[in-house]
Design a protein around this ligand. Structure first.
Ligand code: GLU
Length: 480
């Protein structure tokens, strides 16, 4: 019987949820979904100085917004809690002591100054630094003496020299010479565990079967495997994902654009588009169709088919994809997401139904929800005529506006078909009588009603603005 897959996402709350962590979370989530496994959220907040509540909340909110809900975690609980490392501080020393007792670890009394000196010597000899093992063979008496002086030791793992080989699901076989590693700390003198130790103890106790994470952690993996071996624990399978790079191939950072999921959302990206886009950073659909929802991706997902190379974060492709999602999204849902971006407008001017119509008729060309601020402005504010001044001053425009004003009483503003038909007659009239092209006639009308030469369809604009407003705008435009 094969054991149940258990994976985890283990963010450190020292920043808002990064888009790269969102991809790691997604791949863990997809793997769990595909295999009927469990997906755990663990908050790695052992570094109390760098961790804070706001970041933790941001991580929760962003993962939830993306729909990457966890089966076990700090808020929902589970059989292997607590799921916040800061609430597990009593667990780690016991395992560290066990390693000392078995001869896999030892107390180290070196001060930071001692260690800095060792680093300097290695640097001056141009050799990679490795701890000197000065404290490896201290006698009990020596240790007691140091402790009596008030020196609290850290605990170091004793690294045996050997070739360590493991099979990474994504990267294939990886070999490390542990002789290069040096004895590393597993517990700090302040009683908190180091990352490498806490992560192994927790993954072991939480029965994690697959560790799927960014390849920036590859160099930690041999250390972690040594700890598993020393603890006599089963070693999980590892899958290290290639890095996400900026279009200029440097590390993705704020100077390239948003990097935190919450910033993407604030800028008007849809979480569905973000998820679909980050899935493609390493995974490719077997049928070549890139636009897919999470369920479709999960059905087609295979961890061993993830690309082992780095991926480029193409903001332009994300924008395109976001536009595709905006075009297809259910209009009521899209309106819910769009209205917060329009909060500075007097939304009470319109009914919910009309607001949905405004979004419906303006969504086609946009890439971000925030584009709606500009694209819907003329529905909420008087048009600004700066850009269409010249157009409105033409003879053609004057004729078009005059006629529309004299016809307007005949329009039935409650009847879409009627407005549609009347506009067709209106265009035909100018074509026949003056030879104006239909689009020229409409430009003049559009310029008067919106201050622009492009935008939503005219029938919708006229119906949404309603008669009084239409008349008022035409009169203002005529006065230009
Ligand atoms: N807390 C680590 C990070 O945020 C997670 C490392 C891991 O997945 O093992 O990078």
């Amino acid at each position: 019987m094969s054991e149940k897959v258990r994976v985890r996402i283990a963010p450190s709350p020292s920043g808002n949820l990064h888009i790269g962590t969102a991809r790691t979370a997604l791949f863990n989530y997809l793997f769990a979904k595909k295999t009927g496994g469990e997906y755990v959220l663990r908050i790695e907040d052992t570094d109390l100085e760098r961790s804070n509540e706001e970041y933790k909340q941001n991580i929760f909110d962003s993962l939830k917004a993306l729909g990457l809900n966890w089966d076990e975690g700090p808020d929902v609980g589970g059989n292997y809690g607590p799921y916040k490392q800061s609430e597990r501080f009593d667990i780690y020393p016991k395992f560290a002591q066990m390693l000392i007792d078995k001869g896999y670890a030892y107390e180290c009394f070196c001060s930071n100054e001692d260690l800095d000196k060792e680093h300097e010597i290695a640097a001056s000899k141009k050799i990679p630094y490795k701890y000197s093992r000065k404290c490896l063979n201290l006698t009990k008496e020596q240790k007691d003496e140091l402790k009596a002086k008030g020196i609290v030791p850290s605990i170091r793992f004793k690294v045996e020299a050997k070739e360590l080989v493991f099979n990474d699901i994504v990267k294939g076989e990886l070999k490390f010479d542990t002789n290069l590693i040096g004895d590393f700390a597993i517990m700090k003198s302040n009683g908190t565990p180091t990352y490498n130790f806490a992560v192994v103890v927790d993954d072991m106790l939480m029965k994690i079967t697959h560790v799927i994470r960014g390849e920036d952690h590859i160099s930690n993996t041999p250390k972690q495997i040594l700890i598993y071996e020393a603890l006599g624990a089963e070693i999980p399978k590892f899958a290290h994902l290639g890095m996400i790079l900026a279009p200029d191939r440097s590390k993705l950072s704020k100077r390239h654009g948003a990097t935190a999921v919450s910033d993407f959302i604030k800028q008007g990206y849809l979480t569905e588009a973000l998820l679909n886009f980050v899935a493609l950073l390493g995974w490719s659909p077997s049928d070549g169709v890139e636009i897919k929802n999470v369920d479709e991706i999960a059905a087609d997902f295979r961890l061993d088919e993830i690309s082992s190379s780095n991926s480029i974060f193409e903001y332009e492709k994300l924008n395109w994809m976001n536009g595709q999602y905006i075009k297809k999204m259910d209009i009521s849902k899209l309106t819910d997401l769009a209205l917060p971006f329009l909060k500075d407008y007097d939304l009470n001017k319109y009914s919910r139904e009309q607001l949905e119509k405004i979004i419906e008729v303006t969504r086609e060309p946009i890439t971000l929800l925030s584009d709606l601020v500009y694209d819907t402005r003329y529905f909420f504010e008087k048009p600004v005529y700066d850009e269409v001044c010249e157009l409105l001053k033409t003879n053609l425009s004057k004729k078009v506006l005059d006629k529309f004003l004299s016809d307007v009483d005949g329009y039935d503003f409650k009847n879409e078909q009627d407005v549609h038909d009347k506009l067709a007659e209106f265009r035909a009239y100018f074509k026949e009588k003056f030879g104006f092209k239909p689009k020229e006639t409409m430009w003049a009308l559009r310029a008067a009603l919106t201050g622009r030469t492009k935008g939503a369809d005219m029938v919708s604009i006229i119906l949404l603005l309603e008669k009084d407003e239409v008349i008022e705008r035409l009169k203002s435009a005529k006065a230009i």
